[in-house]
Design a protein around this ligand. Sequence first.
Ligand code: SAM
Length: 181
Amino acid sequence: MIIFYILLLIAVVFITVSLIYSTVTLGISPMPSSSKAYNTMMKLVDETGSGSIIDLGSGWGNFVIPIAKRYPQRQIVGYELSLLPWFISSLLKKVFGLKNLTLHRKNFYDAKLPAASVLVCYLYPEAMNRIKDKLLFEKPKVDFLISNNFALPSWQSYQVIRLDDFYKSPVYLYKIGEKIA
Ligand SMILES: C[S@@+](CC[C@H](N)C(=O)[O-])C[C@H]1O[C@@H](n2cnc3c(N)ncnc32)[C@H](O)[C@@H]1O
């Protein structure tokens, strides 16, 4: 019995250290978007055609799993560096048999983004700055970007939806294709 408790303790310490490490190094925890934000992002994604959907920082899979089920004919790609969230979301992908979902354990700043209808993210201001630079310099074939809560600096949004929450949090839709073409 004592071995069980030692193993449990090791697992708890490993999980805690791993989450703290990724939060400190990446600048953000794997906190999922709120359900109101998801519903709004889903509605915006509905209007982005039939191409791939890429989640920059896919966390525990709270967005990529439902969106892969909703659009079995579209390719869904998630980039996630944090070990545990990536592992859990990869497990869920297998459990639900989502063949249209690809989950990379990779830094999305270093990735060559495939052509996509839409990028989705819930990050933080400095990350939005780096994403803006990536879009301007690498010019990936991307039509739209949807960002929960954080704007692309000095980039005019096409639509902003305010959530019905305490902060009236914004969800931004950007047209990327025409700006970087
Ligand atoms: C706030 S969570 C959002 C999760 C999910 N997209 C959602 O909306 O529920 C942000 C995630 O981005 C991941 N992340 C941050 N920077 C990253 C990077 N450069 N490469 C890959 N993942 C990153 C973090 O580990 C975290 O899990």
